[in-house]
Ligand binder design. Structure first.
Ligand code: ACO
Length: 322
């Protein structure tokens, strides 16, 4: 029996880099405040790039050395699709010529990549799907209100993804714990597609609206509990974890999660300083970064905890040997 395994990673980032100092020009904020409260120094912002173009760039890297027709499944996690339909995944399929693939998008906000990875892993445990592309992409700069200093400073744009193949003799996906709580949806929400029709006059908040404290508390309570629970369920101690690849929302949240879960802070990999919060893209961008730096080798030697959390509320963890 063969098990699914992540065999390749890729990322794509917009060319334009925007530093905290550049935000000072039009927002009542400072480089010092942003860095102290969030750990973020700079982020990439899409000018020419789109959610579709970034996803396609990642997919092209992932299928570079293989026949695109051998891809059976493409999932794109995003909350900033360029069109309401077709899905970004279908546009990726067309662009790389993966005509045998089953394609769809998932919207679980900043948890999207974790949700998509879980869905792909479940598909791969059946017979039909042997190879899958799982991509997380968000162009958050088109969802935020650039006059709202509370949210505009946090986000960046980008895409990351993985190729998963059913080639491993031993299980690589060890466990998962995925959760949602729609009753707390008001902590973070946004309308991207408000339209009026002949019979109704729909108005509302156009941009992303966030209660920062509620999100911070959610991460500290529910997300840390989820991380502890997945370790307990899989008889794993915090010392046995080699690396944590958590959603890169804020460096202070990573430190707090380390304290709560008793997983040493050195094990929490991070690139939030460089890219900010790229929502569904943050974990796969980080994964590609650490694979390129040979911190994680994809040879199955590192026990990693991948944890996402975001609007919905949605959150979840996967325990994976990478
Ligand atoms: N620049 C300067 N001052 C600011 C800014 C800013 N960008 N934003 C807020 N302030 C001010 C506030 O107005 C407030 O001023 P006051 O004391 O005069 O009233 C002061 O700074 C402190 O504000 P707080 O909101 O208490 O600051 P806090 O330390 O809580 O940090 C933050 C705010 C960074 C948003 C924090 O709540 C947080 O990290 N929350 C998590 C949110 C998050 O990461 N969201 C990501 C999206 S969701 C996701 O990815 C899951």
């Amino acid at each position: 029996m063969l098990y699914p395994k992540i065999t390749k990673t890729a990322k794509a980032l917009p060319k334009k880099n925007v530093t905290n100092k550049e935000l000072e020009i039009f927002l009542d904020t400072s480089d010092e405040w942003i860095e102290q409260r969030t750990g973020i120094k700079e982020r990439r912002i899409a000018v020419e790039e789109t959610t579709t173009s970034l996803s396609i760039e990642v997919a092209k890297q992932l299928v570079k050395d293989i026949d695109a027709n051998s891809i059976d499944l493409i999932i794109v996690a995003t909350m900033s699709a360029d069109m309401s339909t077709p899905s970004v995944a279908c546009l990726v399929q067309e662009s790389i010529g993966a005509y045998q693939a089953l394609c769809f998008d998932i919207n679980a906000a900043c948890s999207g990549f974790i949700y998509a990875l879980s869905v792909a892993n479940n598909y791969l445990s059946g017979e039909r799907i042997q190879r899958a592309l799982v991509i997380g992409t968000d162009v958050m700069s088109r969802l935020v209100d650039w006059s709202d200093r509370q949210t505009a400073i946090l986000f960046g744009d980008g895409s990351g993804g993985v190729l998963i193949e059913k080639i491993s003799d031993t299980p690589s996906f060890i466990g998962e714990l995925i959760q949602s709580d729609g009753s707390r949806s008001s902590a973070l929400y946004g309308h991207s597609n408000i339209r009026q029709n002949r019979f109704s006059d729909v108005t509302g908040q156009l941009y992303l609206t966030m209660n920062g404290k509620q999100i911070f508390d959610f991460a500290l309570r529910d997300v840390s509990k989820n991380m502890v629970q997945i370790l307990e369920t899989n008889n794993t101690t915090s010392d046995e974890i080699d690396f944590v690849l958590a959603h890169q929302a804020n460096y202070r949240i990573l430190l707090a999660l380390s304290k709560k879960t008793r997983i040493k802070k050195e094990k929490f990999l991070t690139n939030v300083a460089q890219f900010g919060n790229t929502s569904a893209a943050s974990i796969p961008i980080l994964l590609d970064d650490v694979v390129n730096k040979k911190i994680v080798t994809l040879s199955g030697n590192s026990l990693c905890l991948l944890t996402g959390y975001g609007a919905g509320l949605t959150w979840g963890s996967l325990l994976i040997k990478l």
